[in-house]
Design a protein around this ligand. Sequence first.
Ligand SMILES: Nc1ncnc2c1ncn2[C@@H]1O[C@H](COP(=O)(O)OP(=O)(O)OP(=O)(O)O)[C@@H](O)[C@H]1O
Ligand SMILES: [Mg+2]
Length: 203
Amino acid sequence: MLEIEPTIVDPEKPKKIEKPKGKIEFKNVYFKYPGGEDYALRNISFTALPGQTTAIIGSTGSGKSTLVNLIPRFYDVDKGQVLIDDIDVRELTQNELRKYIGYVPQKSVLFSGTIESNIKYGNENLSDEEMEKVADVAEALEFINNLPKRFKEEVSQGGKNFSGGQKQRLSIARALAKKPNIFIFDDSFSALDFKTDLSVRKK
Ligand SMILES: Nc1ncnc2c1ncn2[C@@H]1O[C@H](COP(=O)(O)OP(=O)(O)OP(=O)(O)O)[C@@H](O)[C@H]1O
Ligand SMILES: [Mg+2]
């Protein structure tokens, strides 16, 4: 692992986003997975405006996760551009870029620790009051309140001691805790029932 050269590298003269708004633009994006034969994404162009929710719909394997993974630069495009506030993501450091993004992956990931450490992962300065608030918005507060140690409850490796829906809610709470300009939800409501799903969206 130590000998592997990262393919995603920071630019030598990085730009900065002065006043983050959260506009995302794809310009004629083509993307092929390393070693893949065919393009997973072909000529994708769209703009997601600040203050709006943009939904990407498609059948399984159509490239939805692939598309959103290009925004925090988990992969780089082969052709075209991904821009945030009109700046190409490759012109920002990964640190600068990801500061503005709250990303809830399709498969929720929890870390060993406590519920609190998992929620505060993206924002150490979050107060306990705010932590309750984000847990409430993510519809996680009710089940947390039913646990003996509440936010101090232990999370085992990979979050094995929580159900799929509970993991998903905690991972939504973690993204909210960061207070980012851009939220990316990759099928993040799939393990929630319709009522809970609706309630999270409303809040
Ligand atoms: N890490 C990877 N390496 C190589 N090919 C991949 C990788 N991840 C996805 N693919 C391929 O890229 C295509 C798009 O996959 P992607 O996961 O983006 O689909 P999706 O629209 O998110 O599907 P789902 O609705 O099932 O989540 C698929 O053909 C898949 O096999
Ligand atoms: Mg997907």
